[in-house]
Write a protein that binds this ligand. Structure first.
Ligand SMILES: [Zn+2]
Length: 82
């Protein structure tokens, strides 16, 4: 990751963090704990690395094609506000 300036506020203060990323596509979900991201320390904007997102997408399709096993399954209730 080599982002110099925040697209949002122009700050060059950022740090790498690990978050839980929820990938969703077509009503299917993949929760990815420990996803590396960069966070702007000034405005809190979160940046995902393109290669990280690609890998998450690859795993999502691999799991749904049953060629890869997820670590575990969780039940996730969801209710829209609107
Ligand atoms: Zn920022």
């Amino acid at each position: 990751m080599s982002r110099v300036q925040c697209n949002c506020c122009g700050s060059d203060q950022h740090e790498e963090r690990r978050i839980e990323y929820l990938y969703s596509r077509g009503g299917e979900y993949l929760l990815v704990p420990n996803t590396p991201v960069e966070v702007c320390l000034n405005c809190g904007m979160v940046y995902y690395d393109a290669t990280v997102l690609k890998e998450i997408e690859r795993r999502f399709f691999a799991i749904h094609a049953k060629s890869e096993e997820p670590d575990r399954y969780i039940n996730m209730p969801e209710k829209s506000y609107a």
